[in-house]
Design a protein around this ligand. Structure first.
Ligand code: PMP
Length: 367
Protein backbone atom coordinates (compact mmCIF):
# COMPACT_ATOMS: atom_id res chain seq x y z
CA UNK A 1 0.00 0.00 0.00
CA UNK A 2 1.28 3.46 -0.92
CA UNK A 3 -0.31 6.67 0.19
CA UNK A 4 0.80 9.52 -2.04
CA UNK A 5 1.09 13.12 -0.94
CA UNK A 6 -2.29 14.73 -1.57
CA UNK A 7 -2.59 18.50 -1.97
CA UNK A 8 -6.26 18.50 -2.92
CA UNK A 9 -8.32 21.57 -1.94
CA UNK A 10 -11.24 19.38 -0.89
CA UNK A 11 -12.23 16.69 -0.35
CA UNK A 12 -8.76 16.80 1.10
CA UNK A 13 -6.18 14.55 2.72
CA UNK A 14 -7.18 12.87 5.96
CA UNK A 15 -4.64 11.84 8.60
CA UNK A 16 -3.42 8.31 7.88
CA UNK A 17 -3.75 7.50 11.60
CA UNK A 18 -7.46 8.38 11.40
CA UNK A 19 -8.03 6.20 8.34
CA UNK A 20 -6.24 3.29 10.00
CA UNK A 21 -8.39 3.60 13.08
CA UNK A 22 -11.54 3.77 10.93
CA UNK A 23 -10.31 0.68 9.08
CA UNK A 24 -9.72 -1.20 12.33
CA UNK A 25 -13.17 -0.26 13.62
CA UNK A 26 -14.98 -0.69 10.31
CA UNK A 27 -16.51 -4.15 10.47
CA UNK A 28 -16.99 -4.47 14.19
CA UNK A 29 -17.19 -1.22 16.13
CA UNK A 30 -15.90 -1.79 19.66
CA UNK A 31 -17.15 -5.37 19.74
CA UNK A 32 -20.76 -4.49 18.93
CA UNK A 33 -20.73 -6.61 15.79
CA UNK A 34 -21.63 -3.87 13.32
CA UNK A 35 -20.10 -0.81 11.70
CA UNK A 36 -20.84 2.79 12.64
CA UNK A 37 -22.50 3.17 9.22
CA UNK A 38 -25.07 0.57 10.17
CA UNK A 39 -26.08 1.96 13.56
CA UNK A 40 -29.21 3.85 14.45
CA UNK A 41 -28.31 7.50 14.88
CA UNK A 42 -30.53 7.52 17.97
CA UNK A 43 -28.94 4.45 19.55
CA UNK A 44 -26.70 4.69 22.59
CA UNK A 45 -23.49 3.98 20.66
CA UNK A 46 -23.90 6.63 18.02
CA UNK A 47 -25.18 9.20 20.49
CA UNK A 48 -21.98 8.60 22.48
CA UNK A 49 -19.89 9.15 19.33
CA UNK A 50 -21.79 12.37 18.59
CA UNK A 51 -21.45 13.69 22.13
CA UNK A 52 -17.74 12.86 22.31
CA UNK A 53 -17.07 14.67 19.05
CA UNK A 54 -18.77 17.80 20.34
CA UNK A 55 -16.86 17.71 23.63
CA UNK A 56 -13.57 17.36 21.74
CA UNK A 57 -14.38 20.14 19.27
CA UNK A 58 -15.38 22.41 22.13
CA UNK A 59 -12.12 21.68 23.86
CA UNK A 60 -9.99 22.19 20.74
CA UNK A 61 -11.56 25.56 19.90
CA UNK A 62 -12.29 26.57 23.52
CA UNK A 63 -15.90 27.20 22.51
CA UNK A 64 -17.70 29.18 25.23
CA UNK A 65 -20.80 27.66 26.87
CA UNK A 66 -23.18 30.17 25.28
CA UNK A 67 -22.46 28.74 21.81
CA UNK A 68 -24.25 25.79 20.26
CA UNK A 69 -22.45 23.38 17.96
CA UNK A 70 -24.46 21.91 15.08
CA UNK A 71 -23.43 19.01 12.86
CA UNK A 72 -25.51 19.48 9.75
CA UNK A 73 -25.52 18.78 6.02
CA UNK A 74 -25.87 20.37 2.60
CA UNK A 75 -22.31 21.62 2.33
CA UNK A 76 -21.09 25.08 3.24
CA UNK A 77 -23.09 26.26 0.21
CA UNK A 78 -26.37 25.45 1.92
CA UNK A 79 -25.35 27.80 4.72
CA UNK A 80 -25.22 30.60 2.16
CA UNK A 81 -29.03 30.24 2.17
CA UNK A 82 -29.59 29.07 5.75
CA UNK A 83 -27.77 32.07 7.24
CA UNK A 84 -30.06 34.81 5.95
CA UNK A 85 -33.10 32.70 6.84
CA UNK A 86 -31.78 32.35 10.38
CA UNK A 87 -30.56 35.89 10.89
CA UNK A 88 -32.86 38.22 8.95
CA UNK A 89 -36.08 37.49 10.87
CA UNK A 90 -35.98 40.88 12.59
CA UNK A 91 -35.35 42.71 9.31
CA UNK A 92 -32.22 44.56 8.28
CA UNK A 93 -29.79 43.73 5.50
CA UNK A 94 -27.05 41.18 5.20
CA UNK A 95 -23.63 42.87 4.90
CA UNK A 96 -20.60 41.25 3.32
CA UNK A 97 -16.89 41.65 2.88
CA UNK A 98 -16.16 40.28 -0.57
CA UNK A 99 -12.71 38.78 -0.99
CA UNK A 100 -13.18 36.10 -3.62
CA UNK A 101 -15.26 33.43 -5.26
CA UNK A 102 -16.78 31.84 -2.15
CA UNK A 103 -17.77 35.15 -0.63
CA UNK A 104 -19.31 36.09 -3.95
CA UNK A 105 -21.40 32.93 -3.94
CA UNK A 106 -22.63 33.73 -0.43
CA UNK A 107 -23.57 37.23 -1.63
CA UNK A 108 -25.36 35.92 -4.74
CA UNK A 109 -27.41 33.41 -2.79
CA UNK A 110 -28.54 35.98 -0.26
CA UNK A 111 -29.40 38.42 -3.03
CA UNK A 112 -31.27 35.71 -4.91
CA UNK A 113 -33.39 34.86 -1.86
CA UNK A 114 -33.89 38.21 -0.17
CA UNK A 115 -33.01 40.88 -2.69
CA UNK A 116 -30.83 43.67 -1.51
CA UNK A 117 -27.54 43.13 0.27
CA UNK A 118 -24.79 45.59 1.21
CA UNK A 119 -21.19 44.97 0.25
CA UNK A 120 -19.32 46.67 3.10
CA UNK A 121 -15.89 46.24 1.47
CA UNK A 122 -14.38 44.34 -1.42
CA UNK A 123 -10.96 43.36 -2.69
CA UNK A 124 -12.24 43.08 -6.26
CA UNK A 125 -10.33 46.19 -7.34
CA UNK A 126 -6.97 44.74 -6.37
CA UNK A 127 -7.80 41.42 -8.04
CA UNK A 128 -8.30 39.80 -4.63
CA UNK A 129 -4.63 40.11 -3.80
CA UNK A 130 -5.13 41.89 -0.45
CA UNK A 131 -8.07 41.92 1.97
CA UNK A 132 -9.66 45.25 2.93
CA UNK A 133 -8.37 46.84 6.13
CA UNK A 134 -10.73 47.36 9.06
CA UNK A 135 -11.20 51.08 8.30
CA UNK A 136 -12.31 50.25 4.75
CA UNK A 137 -15.20 48.10 5.97
CA UNK A 138 -18.29 50.33 6.07
CA UNK A 139 -21.49 48.65 7.17
CA UNK A 140 -24.96 49.90 6.22
CA UNK A 141 -27.08 51.64 8.86
CA UNK A 142 -29.52 48.71 8.65
CA UNK A 143 -26.88 45.93 8.81
CA UNK A 144 -28.27 42.75 10.41
CA UNK A 145 -24.89 41.01 10.38
CA UNK A 146 -21.53 41.06 8.64
CA UNK A 147 -20.38 38.00 6.69
CA UNK A 148 -16.82 37.32 5.56
CA UNK A 149 -14.72 34.42 4.31
CA UNK A 150 -11.71 33.91 6.57
CA UNK A 151 -9.77 32.05 3.90
CA UNK A 152 -10.65 32.16 0.22
CA UNK A 153 -9.78 28.65 -0.88
CA UNK A 154 -9.37 29.40 -4.58
CA UNK A 155 -7.49 32.69 -4.40
CA UNK A 156 -5.37 31.68 -1.40
CA UNK A 157 -6.34 34.94 0.28
CA UNK A 158 -6.68 34.95 4.07
CA UNK A 159 -7.71 37.57 6.62
CA UNK A 160 -4.85 38.47 8.95
CA UNK A 161 -7.30 39.87 11.53
CA UNK A 162 -10.85 39.34 12.77
CA UNK A 163 -13.00 42.21 11.49
CA UNK A 164 -15.18 44.25 13.79
CA UNK A 165 -18.82 44.35 12.81
CA UNK A 166 -20.33 47.68 13.83
CA UNK A 167 -22.89 49.90 12.14
CA UNK A 168 -21.89 53.52 11.41
CA UNK A 169 -23.71 54.59 14.60
CA UNK A 170 -21.51 52.25 16.66
CA UNK A 171 -24.08 49.46 17.19
CA UNK A 172 -22.40 46.04 17.05
CA UNK A 173 -23.95 43.36 14.84
CA UNK A 174 -23.12 39.64 14.70
CA UNK A 175 -20.01 38.66 12.81
CA UNK A 176 -20.57 35.63 10.58
CA UNK A 177 -17.66 33.71 9.12
CA UNK A 178 -17.25 31.05 6.46
CA UNK A 179 -14.30 29.16 7.91
CA UNK A 180 -14.53 26.15 5.61
CA UNK A 181 -10.89 26.09 4.62
CA UNK A 182 -9.18 27.37 7.76
CA UNK A 183 -11.11 26.10 10.79
CA UNK A 184 -8.93 24.10 13.22
CA UNK A 185 -5.72 25.27 11.54
CA UNK A 186 -4.91 27.51 14.52
CA UNK A 187 -6.47 28.59 17.85
CA UNK A 188 -9.46 30.88 17.50
CA UNK A 189 -11.29 33.41 19.69
CA UNK A 190 -14.80 32.07 19.10
CA UNK A 191 -16.34 34.75 21.34
CA UNK A 192 -15.72 37.34 18.61
CA UNK A 193 -18.24 35.63 16.32
CA UNK A 194 -21.99 35.30 16.06
CA UNK A 195 -21.86 32.35 13.67
CA UNK A 196 -18.96 30.27 12.34
CA UNK A 197 -19.62 27.62 9.73
CA UNK A 198 -17.42 25.21 7.84
CA UNK A 199 -17.85 22.41 5.35
CA UNK A 200 -16.06 19.37 6.69
CA UNK A 201 -14.07 18.19 3.71
CA UNK A 202 -10.87 20.13 4.41
CA UNK A 203 -9.82 20.22 8.06
CA UNK A 204 -12.70 18.39 9.72
CA UNK A 205 -13.34 15.11 7.96
CA UNK A 206 -15.04 13.69 4.88
CA UNK A 207 -17.60 15.58 2.80
CA UNK A 208 -21.24 15.40 3.80
CA UNK A 209 -20.99 17.25 7.08
CA UNK A 210 -21.06 20.93 7.98
CA UNK A 211 -20.20 22.31 11.40
CA UNK A 212 -22.05 25.44 12.55
CA UNK A 213 -21.09 27.20 15.78
CA UNK A 214 -23.75 29.72 16.74
CA UNK A 215 -24.13 32.05 19.73
CA UNK A 216 -27.32 31.08 21.47
CA UNK A 217 -28.91 34.55 21.55
CA UNK A 218 -29.01 34.40 17.73
CA UNK A 219 -31.35 31.42 17.70
CA UNK A 220 -34.33 33.76 17.93
CA UNK A 221 -33.74 35.81 14.80
CA UNK A 222 -35.08 33.37 12.24
CA UNK A 223 -37.70 34.10 9.61
CA UNK A 224 -41.00 32.23 9.93
CA UNK A 225 -40.93 30.99 6.34
CA UNK A 226 -37.75 29.00 6.83
CA UNK A 227 -37.46 25.35 5.76
CA UNK A 228 -37.34 23.28 8.96
CA UNK A 229 -33.96 21.73 8.25
CA UNK A 230 -32.29 25.14 7.87
CA UNK A 231 -33.21 26.16 11.38
CA UNK A 232 -30.41 26.56 13.89
CA UNK A 233 -32.84 26.45 16.81
CA UNK A 234 -34.45 23.23 15.60
CA UNK A 235 -31.03 21.64 15.05
CA UNK A 236 -29.73 22.80 18.41
CA UNK A 237 -32.77 21.49 20.26
CA UNK A 238 -32.62 18.13 18.51
CA UNK A 239 -28.89 17.59 19.07
CA UNK A 240 -28.45 18.02 15.28
CA UNK A 241 -30.82 15.08 14.75
CA UNK A 242 -33.90 16.71 13.25
CA UNK A 243 -33.52 14.02 10.61
CA UNK A 244 -30.87 11.39 9.97
CA UNK A 245 -27.46 13.05 10.19
CA UNK A 246 -24.39 12.10 8.10
CA UNK A 247 -23.43 9.55 10.72
CA UNK A 248 -20.24 8.14 9.21
CA UNK A 249 -18.80 11.56 8.31
CA UNK A 250 -19.63 12.73 11.81
CA UNK A 251 -17.86 9.72 13.34
CA UNK A 252 -14.77 10.35 11.20
CA UNK A 253 -14.80 14.02 12.19
CA UNK A 254 -14.72 12.81 15.78
CA UNK A 255 -11.64 10.71 14.99
CA UNK A 256 -9.98 13.77 13.44
CA UNK A 257 -10.71 15.84 16.56
CA UNK A 258 -9.20 13.06 18.68
CA UNK A 259 -6.13 12.96 16.41
CA UNK A 260 -5.71 16.73 16.75
CA UNK A 261 -5.85 16.45 20.53
CA UNK A 262 -3.84 13.29 21.11
CA UNK A 263 -1.38 13.03 18.22
CA UNK A 264 -0.81 16.70 17.45
CA UNK A 265 -1.31 18.17 20.91
CA UNK A 266 -3.98 20.77 20.11
CA UNK A 267 -4.32 23.80 17.90
CA UNK A 268 -1.32 25.77 19.14
CA UNK A 269 0.90 22.88 18.09
CA UNK A 270 -1.05 22.51 14.84
CA UNK A 271 -0.64 26.21 14.07
CA UNK A 272 3.13 25.98 14.52
CA UNK A 273 3.32 23.05 12.11
CA UNK A 274 1.10 24.86 9.59
CA UNK A 275 3.24 28.00 9.82
CA UNK A 276 6.38 25.99 9.04
CA UNK A 277 4.73 24.24 6.09
CA UNK A 278 3.50 27.48 4.55
CA UNK A 279 6.80 29.28 5.16
CA UNK A 280 8.67 26.51 3.36
CA UNK A 281 6.43 26.58 0.31
CA UNK A 282 6.27 30.38 0.00
CA UNK A 283 10.06 30.56 0.38
CA UNK A 284 10.41 28.05 -2.45
CA UNK A 285 8.09 30.13 -4.63
CA UNK A 286 9.63 33.52 -3.80
CA UNK A 287 13.17 32.21 -4.14
CA UNK A 288 12.60 30.89 -7.65
CA UNK A 289 12.54 32.44 -11.07
CA UNK A 290 9.85 30.07 -12.31
CA UNK A 291 7.07 30.18 -9.72
CA UNK A 292 5.03 33.15 -8.49
CA UNK A 293 2.19 33.83 -6.03
CA UNK A 294 0.25 37.10 -6.40
CA UNK A 295 -1.06 37.58 -2.87
CA UNK A 296 0.25 40.35 -0.64
CA UNK A 297 2.42 39.00 2.19
CA UNK A 298 0.06 39.76 5.09
CA UNK A 299 -2.84 37.93 3.41
CA UNK A 300 -1.15 34.82 2.14
CA UNK A 301 -3.12 31.76 3.07
CA UNK A 302 -1.42 29.06 5.10
CA UNK A 303 -3.94 26.52 3.83
CA UNK A 304 -4.14 27.11 0.07
CA UNK A 305 -1.14 28.27 -1.90
CA UNK A 306 -1.89 29.11 -5.54
CA UNK A 307 1.06 29.68 -7.84
CA UNK A 308 1.71 30.13 -11.55
CA UNK A 309 4.67 29.15 -13.71
CA UNK A 310 6.48 31.90 -15.65
CA UNK A 311 6.02 29.85 -18.80
CA UNK A 312 2.45 28.48 -18.87
CA UNK A 313 3.54 25.80 -21.36
CA UNK A 314 5.36 24.16 -18.49
CA UNK A 315 2.18 23.69 -16.47
CA UNK A 316 1.25 20.41 -18.06
CA UNK A 317 4.63 18.74 -17.68
CA UNK A 318 4.79 20.12 -14.14
CA UNK A 319 1.53 18.42 -13.21
CA UNK A 320 2.37 15.19 -15.02
CA UNK A 321 5.80 14.89 -13.46
CA UNK A 322 4.46 15.83 -10.03
CA UNK A 323 1.86 13.12 -10.24
CA UNK A 324 4.45 10.58 -11.33
CA UNK A 325 6.47 11.60 -8.27
CA UNK A 326 3.48 10.90 -6.01
CA UNK A 327 2.44 14.54 -5.55
CA UNK A 328 -1.27 14.63 -6.28
CA UNK A 329 -3.90 17.27 -7.02
CA UNK A 330 -1.73 20.31 -7.65
CA UNK A 331 -3.88 21.71 -10.44
CA UNK A 332 -5.44 25.09 -9.62
CA UNK A 333 -9.19 25.61 -9.49
CA UNK A 334 -10.80 25.36 -12.92
CA UNK A 335 -11.92 29.00 -12.71
CA UNK A 336 -8.41 30.43 -12.32
CA UNK A 337 -5.99 27.83 -13.68
CA UNK A 338 -2.36 27.64 -12.57
CA UNK A 339 -1.34 25.49 -9.64
CA UNK A 340 -2.55 25.24 -6.09
CA UNK A 341 -1.14 23.30 -3.19
CA UNK A 342 -3.49 22.92 -0.25
CA UNK A 343 -1.64 22.43 3.03
CA UNK A 344 -4.44 21.43 5.39
CA UNK A 345 -3.76 19.91 8.80
CA UNK A 346 -3.42 16.36 7.46
CA UNK A 347 -0.75 17.36 4.93
CA UNK A 348 2.53 16.58 6.65
CA UNK A 349 5.75 18.56 6.73
CA UNK A 350 7.31 15.67 4.81
CA UNK A 351 4.73 16.20 2.05
CA UNK A 352 5.63 19.88 1.75
CA UNK A 353 9.32 19.05 1.75
CA UNK A 354 8.75 16.55 -1.06
CA UNK A 355 6.86 19.21 -2.99
CA UNK A 356 9.50 21.93 -2.59
CA UNK A 357 12.25 19.43 -3.52
CA UNK A 358 10.31 18.52 -6.62
CA UNK A 359 9.73 22.18 -7.53
CA UNK A 360 13.42 23.01 -7.21
CA UNK A 361 14.38 19.99 -9.28
CA UNK A 362 11.79 20.78 -11.96
CA UNK A 363 13.03 24.36 -12.21
CA UNK A 364 16.61 23.21 -12.57
CA UNK A 365 15.70 20.85 -15.38
CA UNK A 366 12.99 22.83 -17.20
CA UNK A 367 13.01 26.43 -15.92
N1 PMP B 1 -16.75 28.16 1.27
C1 PMP B 1 -15.44 27.91 1.08
C2 PMP B 1 -14.43 28.84 1.66
C3 PMP B 1 -15.05 26.78 0.35
O1 PMP B 1 -13.75 26.53 0.15
C4 PMP B 1 -16.03 25.92 -0.17
C5 PMP B 1 -15.68 24.66 -0.95
N2 PMP B 1 -14.47 24.58 -1.51
C6 PMP B 1 -17.37 26.24 0.03
C7 PMP B 1 -17.69 27.35 0.78
C8 PMP B 1 -18.47 25.37 -0.52
O2 PMP B 1 -18.48 24.18 0.15
P1 PMP B 1 -19.45 22.97 -0.23
O3 PMP B 1 -18.94 22.39 -1.49
O4 PMP B 1 -19.31 22.08 0.96
O5 PMP B 1 -20.82 23.53 -0.38
Amino acid sequence: MTRHYNFCAGPAALPTAVLKRARDELLDYHGHGLSVMEMSHRGEDFVAIAERSEVDLRELLAIPDNYRVLFTQGGASLQFAALPYNLLGAGGRANFVHTGIWGKKAISETRHLFGDVHVAASSEENGHSAVPRQQEIVLSADAAYLHYTANETIGGLAFDYIPEAVRPDGTPVPLVCDMSSSILSAPLDVAKFGVIYAGAQKNIGPAGLVVVIVRDDLLDRARDDMPTLFGYRALAEAGSMVNTPATYSWYLAGLVFDWLKQDIGGLTAMAAINARKAARLYAAIDGSGLYANPVTLRNRSRMNVPFVLADPRLERPFLEEAEAAGLLNLKGHRSVGGMRASLYNAVSEAAVEALTDFMADFEKRRG
